[in-house]
Structure formats: C-alpha cells, structure tokens
Design a protein around this ligand. Structure first.
Ligand SMILES: Nc1nc2c(ncn2[C@@H]2O[C@H](COP(=O)(O)OP(=O)(O)OP(=O)(O)O)[C@@H](O)[C@H]2O)c(=O)[nH]1
Length: 878
C-alpha cells in the first residue's frame, strides 16, 4: 500500500507541479487581462464620455445660439414694434446669420397673441396653437425666458424636433406673441466628423423626457421614439458611469459615454465600437495570452522533460537496482569467491590504509575462508584471516586501490581451512575506496596443467628417445617441430630444420618423391609411405623410410605429422638377405625335393621350383594360399595333424602316399618348425617333400631280405621278433589269445655228422616245408637259427587248438624225410606258451616257450609241453 502511494506520489508530483504552475500562470494572466480589460473599458468609457461631453457642449452651444436667435428676434421684433418678419430675419447676411449658419434652414414660426401662426418658414406649424402648453406658458408668463419644449415628432416630416420659443411683447410690454424655432436634433449628431468618432461609432442625443433619440452611425441616421438604456456604475479602476443600451441598434458592440444637458433635458451619448476602443487592450490581451501560451508550452515541455528525465532516472535507478540484484545473484551463483573489501584508514591527515573490511561476499567466498557469509560480513580481514596480512595480500589490495591498476595473478596457498585447495587465481579490481576481489580455486586446473606438462615432457622425452625421426608441419608444409632422432638422421639441427629448410636434407633426386607425397596428402588425406635418401652435410647418404599423415579437424587439414626411419642398415641387410635368398632359391630350385615354407596361418610363403612343378601339375598357384586350399579337403584331412604338430614345435617326418596318379607314389615329408627370435613361439615350418617311392621299394625289399631265413625261406629271428612284438601289441589291444611255439629238431647233430652238412641243410628245408604245410597261412613260422623254429598263432579261439596243432606238428615230423635219396628220420620237441594282455616282453615270452621246450626235451623229446593260460581279466570275462 505504501509502495502504491509512493509510486503515485512519484507519478503525479511533477504533473501536479506543472498543472499548478499552469493554473497560477493562467490565473495571473487572466487576472491581469481582466484588470487591463476593466482599465481599457474604463478608459474607453472615459473616451466616449469625453466625446459625449464634446457633443453635449456642441449641442448646448447650438441650442444656446438658438436661444440667442429667439432673443435677438424678440429684440428686433419689439424694436420694430412687431413688424419684423422671418424672411427679413433669416435673410442672407441678416440677423440670424450672425448667430447661426443660414444653411440650417431651421423651421421657424411667429405666433400672434392669439396663438395663430402669422409667419413661418422651413416647416409646417399648426396654424392655431393657442391651446398649446408652450403658448399658454408664454402668454401667462411675462418673464423673458425661452422655453425648450420636449422633443416631439413632427407629424408631417416625421422628424424629431426640439422646439425653442420665446415670448414677444408689444412696446408696452404686453403679450404680442411667440417666436418659435424648431431644430432637428439630427443636426447635432450630423456633426459626426468633428467628434472624431471611430468607424462604426454611434453619436446619439436622447430626450430624457420621452426617450426619443437621434443617432448617427457612420452615414446612417437613426431616429427612434423610444430608447431603453441604463446607466451602470463602474468602480474599477475608478468610480465612473457607463451608458448601456438595453436594445442595441445593431450587432456592433460599443462602449458608450454620456453627458447630461439638464437645461434641455437631453443626454448626449457617444459610443465607440468596443472592438476599436479595446484594440490596444485586445492586442495586449493577445500578447498576454500568447505569452501565457508560450509559457504554458514551456512549462508543459519542461514538465514533460522532467517527467521523462524522472522516468529515465527511475528506470536507470531501477536498472541499477536490478543490475545490483543481478550482480548479487551472479556473485552468489558464481563458481568463484567474490569479495568487496572497503578500506579502513588511519585517522588523521595521511589517512593511511590499515586494513580492509569485508563489505560484501558470496557464500563461496565465505566457504573459502571457512565461515558463513553472515558471520564475517563487515568484519576486518585481520580478524577473519590474519594470513592475508602476513602473506602480503592486504598490501596488494592497498596497492591496487592506490594505483587504480587491476591485478591478476595465480598463487599457491597453504593457509586456507580447506587443505584441499592449493592453488588460487585472484583478480583485484579497484572500486570506490576499496577493492573487488574475485578468487577462483584453480587447484584442479593446476594439477591438470602439471600433469599436462609432465605428459608434454614425457612426450618430448619419448619423441627424443624414439628411434623414429618425428616431424610436424603446418598446413603449408612449414616444419614446426622435429625431434632429436630427426636431427641425427637428417644431419640438420632443429633450428636448421624448422620452416622450409628441412627439404635441404632430402636428396635432390628424391625431392620429387616428397613433393608427390605432399600432393598426395593434400589430395587424398590418406597416409603416405615411401622411401627416399637423405644427404648429410658431409655427403653421407642415408636411406629413410618416411610416413606422413595429415592432421584433419572438421574436414580441414591443419598440419602434417611425419616419421622418418633410418633404414640404411636394414636396407643393407635386406639387400644381403635378398642376395642370400636368391642364392638359397637357386639352391632350392636345383634340389629335386620340394621345399616350401608355411607360416603359422598355414599359408605358403615360399616354395621352390620343384614344389611349383608339383602343384602346377594340379593347376593352382601355391604361394600365398593356404595348405587347405592348395591340397584340397581330403589331403588336408590327412596332413592337418602333422601340420598342427609342426606348429606346436615338433620336428617330424612322415610318409605320404599319393594315389592320384596311376602309379602309387610315396613321398617322405619332413616338417621342421621355425621358431621365432625368442625361441619359444612357432612362426611357421619348413617343408621338405621328396619322392621316396623307389627308395621305399628298395627298403621294403631289403627289409624283407633282412627278415627271411636264407636257407628255408622262413622268417628269420629278426623278422620273428618284429612279428612277435606286433602280435603281442595286437593281442593286448584286442584281447585276443595268442600262442608261441618254440621247437627244436631232436638229435639233428647226428644227421650232420652222419650224412653231411648238405643233408643237414636239406633236412632243415624239408622240415620247414612240412611245417609250413602243417600250419595255417595266418600263422607265422620262423627259423631262429640252427635247428630251432618258432610259430606264432594269433587270434586263437580255443586253447586246445594250439595244443592240438603242437601235437599235430610232433606227429607230422615223425615221418621220414626223403632227402634226394637219403632217408632221414627225426622228431621234434615243442614248448607251447600262451599270451593275452600280460605285461610281458617278447623276449620273456619267448623264454617261457624255451623253458617249456627244455621240459619237452627233458621228457624224452618227440613231444610238446604247453604252459598255463592266464584267464582273461574279470571285466573282459564278464
Ligand atoms: N647241416 C647243418 N647243420 C647245422 C646248421 N646249423 C647248425 N647245425 C648243426 O646242428 C647241430 C645241432 O645240434 P644240437 O641241437 O645242439 O644237438 P642235437 O644233436 O640236435 O641234440 P638235441 O637237440 O639235444 O636232440 C649242431 O651239430 C650244428 O653243427 C646248418 O645250417 N646246417
């Protein structure tokens, strides 16, 4: 409510002041105008009165002259004893001319003592006037006085006439008659010009008796038998009287003045047109009103400007308040601590600054100091945080305030209550008798910067430690950075390399390569890699591999990064390697064997011509293809286990049969793994593949030879032992029962001794043949040596089958042998042993059979002895 009235007061104060000023101005002007109007009217009335007096004097004069004329007539009349007549009296240069101008042609008449008109001129008179009051008065009154009659309207001329009459006497003094002179009052008012009346002015004579009037307005004569008027008393500025017509003649308003003529009962009235009479006043009034209008306009303008100004001021004030509130809000919402410090000065002339008072602060600022803002507002810094004094901050505030130069700096702190804050940034700005301080916690940023600097230093160290030369260039190709390795490789110092000079390091013949690389980069923005030569200042040629990539942001290249690698040694090594490779390839190509190298991905990386020939035979090119693709699914299924073993690091040799041709061929394949540099991982394997078909056949032949007894054609001891080993393994694997017989020819020595060694040999052959016929084809018959034979019987279904066969052999050998005419009779002894899933070696098993043979020999020969059969395991039995 109070605010409403305050606003209302502010809103209407200036307009009210302006209105009051206007009212006062206009009231003053109106009052002044009114005063001047009254004065002007008064003066106009006086002027009219003056003219009226002039008119009255003129009229009085004429009427007196008329009176004198009647007196003169009376005198001459009575001197002539009544003989004087009017023509004589009014003749030119006569008596009347001496008094009145002849031109008046005044109506005149002479009445005798009976009231009859005896002479008249210039007008009509009633012939008998003895009953007229005037006549009676003269007849009855001998006094020589003139009588002025009340104006009357001449019935004939319709003119207003003033009649002056005088008694005529005889010589004896008796009544002789009356001289009468009539005058038209219009004559008085006709003398209009003499009055100096304004145009439109009115000159009037009014009869006080009957209200008749004669008036002249300009050239117009107005006769009225009645006129209604009144006299107003005017008291301002001085007492006066104004003549006012109740019914004006015309529309012209006039200021009238009047003068009474009591003797003739007439009133002279002169009226000047108000417009003329008040001209000066009107002019002054217009001037006043004009001035007032101008003043009003000025006042209005002034008030308007003041209102505007006030509005602007209020708005400015409002904006200032709003700005203050916003600043306050901004300060409160600020992430920074904001303080306003006011100076505390020493009393005295010097007014030295001793301390600062916290005039204002936001909550963040209070938190920074470890308080709430309300607790420390208006307190001095020395009370709140003495460290600001001891650490020199107050001195800085003082300096900023006195120098009026803002100060901005970053600094480390260790005195704040919040120990986590290590770094602050403050900005000190001078204000009126104080400073505004904005403080920001930049600990995080500083730590980030420190980390960034560390990273930068680390990066610089990494760059310098990099085996690669590094170069950075801007978008125009100007070099902005090179590392130490770049200096080493190119032979240029960093200062020499910056800008465009780094191009000097490139061999002149290879600069085109570099330019084409840069053009390629600019066009495609794809990384570019190539090799070129650098020339050291001493002329040494360095081969480098360089790679350039564009730094692209938002589709625009803002620079390039390049790496330079000294590949001089590598190049030499590569050249040497290539030479070595070439030699190796030549050697490999001259080898009949197929040589290849397969990597860990099972892809062919190398093969010799023989390999090529082998696979060209089947069509596809090998290099770069996988083993599976090259070999086909079927062959790969066979090879895969070997390939995987080789990739596990195993060196292995195996045979591969190739049945794709009409002739079955056998290849010996050797896989030799290639270990990586650390000797742990396998990065591939070498393949040596050679056709061993011929060798295998020969080998088989030799093998066969090595396992056959030359005399009997039976399997020899080596073959027997191999077979026994394989059979035992097969028995163990399948759970089959097998038997081994060990037999010896009884008393063979005497045969040799009796018939010779040749017969002995023949017996051995015949014994073998009989034995072979006795046994199954699946049984293996061997001659261990001398007269000792063994038989391996596999997959025996019944135990008795082996014993029965042993008996059969014993029986079969009892028959004589006819050896080309030499009949020999022998017998044989047999040791029979069984085997099934035992942990027994072949030699041991054979030893068992030998023991049983020995038992058979001991039993008298020509018989056999069988061992025990070990029952099958419980699980198997079941
Ligand atoms: N003709 C011939 N005799 C051989 C051959 N190898 C070994 N002998 C002889 O065969 C004889 C084997 O005799 P033994 O088995 O020891 O004796 P044995 O006379 O058969 O007596 P028992 O076996 O006890 O009945 C020896 O006299 C050898 O010299 C050979 O290849 N040919």
């Amino acid at each position: 409510m109070l605010d409403f009235f305050r606003r209302l007061y502010r809103a209407i104060l200036l307009p009210a002041f302006g209105a009051a000023l206007l009212i006062f101005t206009w009231a003053s002007v109106t009052y002044q105008v009114r005063q001047e109007q009254q004065t002007a009217r008064y003066e106009a009335v006086l002027h009219s009165q003056s003219l009226a007096h002039t008119l009255a004097e003129h009229t009085n004069h004429l009427l007196r002259q008329l009176d004198h004329a009647t007196q003169l007539f009376k005198l001459k009349y009575e001197e002539t004893d009544g003989a004087l007549r009017l023509p004589e009296f009014t003749r030119k240069n006569g008596l009347l001319d001496s008094l009145l101008p002849t031109k008046l042609d005044l109506p005149m008449a002479i009445l005798d003592q009976n009231g009859r008109v005896v002479d008249s001129m210039n007008g009509y008179f009633t012939p008998d006037q003895k009953h007229e009051t005037v006549f009676k008065n003269h007849a009855s009154n001998p006094a020589d006085v003139s009588l002025v009659a009340t104006p009357v309207i001449d019935s004939r001329t319709k003119k207003w006439q003033i009649q002056i009459s005088r008694r005529l006497n005889h010589a004896n003094g008796s009544f002789a008659g009356v001289i009468m002179v009539m005058i038209d009052p219009a004559y008085f008012v006709e003398d209009y010009d003499r009055l100096n009346v304004d145009t439109g002015g009115a000159v009037m004579l009014i009869s006080r008796e009957n209200g008749m009037s004669a008036a002249r307005i300009d050239d117009q004569i107005i006769i009225s038998d009645s006129i209604d008027f009144r006299v107003a008393q005017v008291s301002v500025p001085q007492p006066s009287e104004e003549f006012l017509l109740k019914r004006p003649f015309d529309a012209i308003d006039r200021v009238y003045g009047y003068a009474e003529m009591p003797r003739y009962l007439l009133t002279a009235v002169v009226g000047n047109p108000t417009a003329t009479a008040m001209t000066r006043f009107y002019s002054r009034r217009n001037m006043y009103y004009g001035a007032a209008t101008v003043a009003s306009a000025l006042v209005l303008l002034f008030v308007y400007l003041l209102v505007q100004q006030a509005h602007r001021l209020r708005r400015s004030a409002s904006m200032v308040i709003e700005a203050q509130l916003m600043l306050r809000a901004a300060a409160d919402a600020s992430l920074d601590a904001v303080f306003l410090f006011k100076a505390c000065r020493m009393r005295g002339a010097r007014r030295e600054i001793l301390d600062f008072t916290i005039a204002d602060l936001n909550e963040r600022g209070a938190q920074l100091m470890g308080y709430r803002s309300a607790d420390i507002k208006d307190k001095r810094l020395v009370e709140v945080m003495p460290a600001l004094h001891s650490k020199g901050f107050v001195e800085k505030y003082r300096h900023v305030l006195e120098s009026r130069q803002p100060l901005e700096e970053e600094y480390a702190v260790d005195f704040l209550p919040n120990a986590a804050v290590h770094w602050l940034h403050h900005q000190i700005v001078p204000i009126t008798d104080g400073v505004a301080v904005n403080v920001r916690d930049i600990t995080s940023r500083k730590e980030t910067e420190l980390a960034a600097r560390k990273n930068q230093a680390e990066l610089a160290a990494v760059n310098d430690a990099s085996p690669l030369g590094l170069l950075r260039a801007d978008a125009t190709g100007h070099c902005t950075y090179v590392n130490r390795t770049f200096e080493t490789i190119t032979g240029l110092t960093r200062d020499e390399a910056l800008g465009d000079a780094w191009m000097r390091a490139v061999h002149p013949a290879d600069r085109a390569v570099l330019k084409s690389a840069l053009n390629h980069m600019a066009r495609t923005r794809a990384p570019f890699q190539d090799t070129l030569r650098c020339v050291h200042p001493d002329g040494k040629i360095i081969w480098v591999s360089f790679k350039i990539a564009a730094m692209v942001v938002d589709g625009n290249v803002y620079g390039y990064v390049g790496t330079v690698d000294d590949i001089t040694h590598i190049r030499k090594s590569v050249m040497a390697l290539r030479e070595s490779e070439s030699r190796l390839r030549t050697i490999a190509d001259t080898l009949p064997a197929m040589v290849a190298y397969i990597d860990a991905e099972q892809v062919y990386r190398f093969h010799n011509v023989a390999y090529e020939r082998e696979f060209n035979r089947t069509g596809p090119t090998v290099l770069g293809r996988s083993v599976r693709d090259t070999m086909g699914a079927e062959r790969y299924a066979f090879l895969e286990p070997y390939v995987l073993r080789a990739l596990q690091g195993e060196t292995l040799t195996f045979e591969e049969d190739d049945t794709s041709d009409t002739i079955e061929r056998t290849y010996e394949v050797v896989y030799i793994p290639q270990m990586d540099e650390d000797g742990v991982g396998v990065i591939g394997f070498h393949v040596m593949r050679q056709d061993v078909t011929v060798q295998k056949r020969e080998k088989q032949r030799l093998l066969r030879l090595s396992q056959v007894d030359a005399l009997t054609g039976l399997t020899n001891r080596a073959g027997f032992l191999q077979k026994l080993h394989d059979s035992m393994a097969n028995s163990r694997e399948n759970g089959n029962l097998m038997a081994v017989m060990y037999m010896d020819i009884d008393r063979f020595k005497p045969v040799n001794d009796t018939f010779g060694h040749a017969v002995g040999d023949a017996l051995l052959k015949a014994f073998s043949a009989r034995l072979t016929h006795t046994m199954r084809a699946s049984d293996t018959i061997a001659r261990l040596g001398g007269d000792e034979f063994t038989i391996i019987m596999e997959r025996i279904h019944r135990i008795d089958d082996a014993a029965a066969l042993a008996a059969k052999i014993v029986a079969a050998m009892q028959a004589d042998f006819d050896l080309d005419g030499t009949v020999v009779s022998i017998s044989t002894s047999i040791g029979l042993t069984y085997y099934r899933d035992e942990d027994v070696s072949p030699a041991e098993l054979l030893n068992r059979a030998d023991i049983l043979l020995y038992e058979a020999k001991q039993a008298g020969r020509n018989t056999f002895r069988a061992g025990q059969v070990i029952p099958p395991p419980a699980s198997n039995a079941a």
